[in-house]
Design a protein around this ligand. Structure first.
Ligand code: 5GP
Ligand code: MG
Length: 178
C-alpha cells in the first residue's frame, strides 16, 4: 500500500499484530480467574485496537465504548468530558479501559477516576502507544509501544479525522500532507 504524503511508517502492521497478540496473552493470564472482563474502548482512536485486542483474547470478555469531548487542545489542558457513556453497568465488573495514546495522561487519569467511582470489581488500563510527555502519575497496566513525542496516525489514530484506516502506525508531518 502506498504511504500518503506527510506520513512515515513507524510501527509496521506485522509488529502491531504480534504485539497485540502478546498483550492478549498477558491479559488472558492476568485475568484467568476473573470470570469475565469488560473492555471499554475510548472512541474513536481506539476502535481498531479494541477490535483486534478483543479478538486476540481467550478469556470471557464483553466490549463497550465510551466517547470523550473531541477538543484535543482542551484535553491537553485537562478539560476532558464524557459525551457517550457505557451501556453496560460498571458496578462489580472487571474493567479494562482501552485507549489509543497516553500523552499527558490527563485523559486516562480522568477516566480511571470517573469509572473507579462506579464500584467496579477492578479497573486497569491498556494503551496502544505511550509518549514520554506525561504530566500525571497514572501508570497504564498494559502498553503496546513506547514512542517519541511526535504526532502519530493510522491504526485508528487520526489527524483531523484523516489516516485512521492506515494499517500501520506512522508519524505525520502536517506541513507535508496533501
Ligand atoms: P492525554 O494528553 O490526555 O494523554 O491525551 C490527549 C488526547 O490527545 C488523547 O485523546 C490522545 O488520544 C490524543 N493524542 C495525543 N497524541 C496524539 C497523537 O500523536 N496522535 C493522535 N491521533 N492523537 C493523539
Ligand atoms: Mg483521542
Amino acid at each position: 500500500m502506498m504511504t500518503p504524503a506527510g506520513v512515515q511508517e513507524l510501527v509496521p502492521e506485522d509488529r502491531i499484530r504480534s504485539r497485540v497478540a502478546e498483550l492478549a496473552r498477558q491479559i488472558d493470564e492476568d485475568y484467568a480467574d476473573a470470570g469475565e472482563i469488560l473492555l471499554l474502548g475510548v472512541l474513536r482512536g481506539a476502535f481498531i485496537f479494541v477490535a483486534d485486542l478483543s479478538r486476540a483474547l481467550s478469556i470471557d470478555r464483553r466490549v463497550d465504548f465510551i466517547a470523550l469531548s473531541s477538543y484535543e487542545r482542551d484535553a491537553r489542558r485537562g478539560g476532558v468530558r464524557l459525551i457517550m457513556d457505557s451501556r453496560v453497568p460498571i458496578e462489580g465488573k472487571h474493567i479494562l479501559l482501552v485507549e489509543d495514546i497516553l500523552d499527558t495522561g490527563r485523559t486516562l487519569e480522568y477516566l480511571l477516576d470517573a469509572f473507579a467511582a462506579r464500584k467496579p470489581a477492578s479497573i486497569r488500563s491498556c494503551v496502544l502507544v505511550r509518549k514520554p510527555t506525561q504530566e500525571t502519575q497514572v501508570t497504564p497496566d498494559y502498553v503496546g509501544f513506547d514512542i517519541s513525542d511526535e504526532w502519530v496516525v493510522g491504526y485508528g489514530l487520526d489527524f483531523d479525522d484523516r489516516f485512521r484506516a492506515l494499517p500501520y502506525i506512522g508519524t505525520l508531518d502536517p506541513d507535508a500532507i496533501d
